[in-house]
Design a protein around this ligand. Structure first.
Ligand code: ZN
Length: 174
């Protein structure tokens, strides 16, 4: 994920993704711990991202996190409240967040991250994504070109909390 992706007619990479501003968002290397994603959660994100294209879809990642990484057992779609720039920005619904958080209390599971889609863009985080990122959270980005999932990547803030590091995705029971 660190190398600029090949520019193909099917998946053109917008110029801004190769700009210094965008390159600075990503730290070298990989996070030590992986992100395990249950097949159902992966399917929900892909389908929701494809259905929302060319707008951004977004939602919550639910599961457990610890020293051995993130375990996403469930993903939910929440409304993208950004209606003015829905093709390249998302605003997570804070009410849905609070409701889900309250619902999960005492269940042993919690909100451990956020997912969103990048319509016709790579699955790499933007400076805007970095500005709104929380430490300890997993950030899954679904790249959707022409309403089809092209790539799914996971990111988390590095120890300094100033850049994203790539997180390995594993699919399996979480
Ligand atoms: Zn983004």
């Amino acid at each position: 994920m660190q190398e600029p992706e090949p520019r193909t007619p099917e998946r053109p990479v917008p110029e801004r993704f190769n700009s210094p501003e965008y390159q600075r968002v990503i730290a070298p290397g990989k996070a030590a711990a992986p992100c395990l994603i249950a097949p159902g959660a992966m399917a929900l994100m892909r389908h929701a991202a494809e259905a929302a294209w060319p707008r951004e879809a977004c939602g919550l990642l639910i599961g457990r996190m610890g020293a051995d990484g993130w375990q996403v057992s469930d993903a939910r779609e929440t409304a993208n409240l950004n209606t003015e720039r829905a093709t390249d920005r998302f605003i997570l619904d804070p009410v849905a967040y609070q409701q889900t958080d309250a619902e999960l209390r005492g269940s042993g599971r919690e909100i451990i991250g956020i997912w969103h889609s990048h319509p016709d863009c790579p699955a790499r985080p933007s400076p805007t994504d970095l500005a709104s990122a929380w430490e300890g959270f997993a950030y899954v980005i679904v790249s959707v070109y022409q309403a089809r999932t092209a790539d799914v990547a996971c990111w988390a803030l590095d120890d300094a909390g100033k850049q994203f590091q790539a997180v390995d995705i594993r699919e399996g029971r979480a």
